[in-house]
Design a protein around this ligand. Structure first.
Ligand SMILES: NC(=O)C1=CN([C@@H]2O[C@H](COP(=O)(O)OP(=O)(O)OC[C@H]3O[C@@H](n4cnc5c(N)ncnc54)[C@H](O)[C@@H]3O)[C@@H](O)[C@H]2O)C=CC1
Ligand SMILES: O=C(O)[C@@H]1CCC=N1
Length: 266
């Protein structure tokens, strides 16, 4: 088994690291790099993983997974580029960063896969989309898929759809947490103790998500089943429509996709 190096062990780097370990990858087949020494020490203590400098890790690894912020990608690529050999695979998880951006900073002909993961990977319920670059064979894409499959579902998409993926499943968990926060606040306004409101909202979210997944029915059908004529749900949904919540979601996700397109430009 080749060595996987994770460059940048923040939220998403740790999520991937812990997922690979849970999936049974030996810790000595993994290394991380991390600019913040206290963060590196924390992860070594927690997982027993080796921490190397970027150049050392690049020289050692066959699979290089880049998990720094888009703004830090340029300088990271400068450090690792001289050490990326022809058979290596470079996997970028950074929002907005295209395969051609990465390829152009590496020696000619290197294999690059762009991935958009999400944080539910932390509980093995991730959703990731992968796209191969110009010098990728199907086995390179399959290798990246296998890495991400350790933490959830993976689909392959044409790279031009990656900004949309970022807006849907990459940022998506944050929209759901926002809705959950709002529903808990509403419960408190209605006189419910916060802990009980939280329990009711979280189980309702879990139940609704499970219904969508397991019944295979369209969300519109499921929503109609809850909406009695002249009842409480109809009263609530009219308020949501009056406040243009559906249109707000579309605008919000268009803004996310636009921001993803901007990020490679710095
Ligand atoms: N957090 C999320 O929900 C998602 C994040 N992503 C992408 O993952 C990437 C990382 O995001 P987060 O983990 O949230 O950010 P983060 O800020 O938590 O982690 C980035 C880590 O990289 C380290 N770092 C920066 N430059 C470095 C360098 N040159 N060498 C070594 N380490 C370096 C930082 O110290 C930090 O710990 C971003 O590009 C983001 O677009 C993608 C999908 C979801
Ligand atoms: O907010 C961001 O830029 C990253 C990408 C997707 C989720 N978080």
């Amino acid at each position: 088994m080749g060595t996987v190096a994770i460059f940048g062990a923040g939220v998403m780097g740790e999520t991937l690291l812990s997922g690979l370990l849970r999936a049974g990858r030996p810790v000595d087949a993994l290394v991380i790099t991390e600019r913040r020494p206290e963060r590196a020490a924390e992860l070594t203590e927690k997982y027993g993983v080796r921490v190397l400098e970027n150049a050392e890790a690049a020289a050692l690894a066959d699979t290089l997974v880049l998990v720094v912020k888009p703004q830090d990608m340029e300088s990271l690529l400068e450090e690792v580029a001289p050490h990326v050999r022809p058979g290596d695979l470079v996997v970028s998880l950074a929002a907005g960063i295209t395969t051609s951006f990465v390829e152009s900073r590496l020696p000619e002909g290197r294999s690059v896969v762009r991935v958009m993961p999400n944080t539910p990977a932390l509980v093995d319920q991730g959703m990731a989309a992968v796209s191969g670059g110009a010098h990728c064979a199907p086995e390179h894409v399959a290798e990246a898929e296998a890495l991400l499959a350790a933490t959830g579902k993976v689909v392959e998409v044409p790279e031009k759809l990656q900004d949309a993926v970022t807006a849907i499943s990459g940022s998506g968990p944050a929209y759901i947490f926002y809705v959950v926060e709002a529903m808990i606040e509403a419960g408190v306004v209605l006189g419910m103790p916060r802990a009980t409101a939280t329990e009711l909202v979280v189980q309702t979210l879990f139940g609704a998500a499970t219904m969508i997944k397991e019944t295979g029915q369209h969300p519109t059908v499921l929503r109609e089943q809850v909406t009695s004529p002249g009842g409480t749900t109809a009263a609530a949904l009219r308020e949501l429509d009056d406040h243009k919540v559906r249109a707000a979601f579309i605008s919000a996700m268009e803004a996310a996709a636009l921001r993803s397109r901007e990020l490679a430009g710095g």
